[in-house]
Design a protein around this ligand. Structure first.
Ligand code: SF4
Ligand code: SF4
Length: 79
């Protein structure tokens, strides 16, 4: 995945976890199956024109990553 994918329609959410900054990001590979939307306990995923998008309401539970059938959700960690 390149940086273009990370910028593709996602408002990247960043949160401080100790020394790490983490963000869950849905890439442009998304096929809009809505499985992540259905399972998200924080209602943090919204439907965009081209793909689903993770918002700042995300609580970092990771459930969306587990259900995505094509691994379109990435966890980005930056120091
Ligand atoms: S990590 Fe959890 S809270 Fe965040 S978007 Fe995915 S399912 Fe929702
Ligand atoms: S589960 Fe994956 S493919 Fe399905 S809508 Fe979510 S990000 Fe897109």
């Amino acid at each position: 995945m390149d940086k273009k994918d990370l910028r593709s329609g996602n408002k990247q959410r960043k949160r401080d976890h100790g020394s790490l900054i983490m963000a869950y990001v849905i890439t442009s590979e998304c096929i809009k199956c809505s499985l992540c939307y259905d399972i998200c306990p924080a209602s943090a995923i919204i439907e965009g024109d081209e793909q689903f998008i993770i918002t700042e309401s995300c609580i970092d539970c990771g459930k969306c990553v587990e259900v995505c059938p094509i691994d379109a959700i990435r966890v980005v960690k930056n120091k």
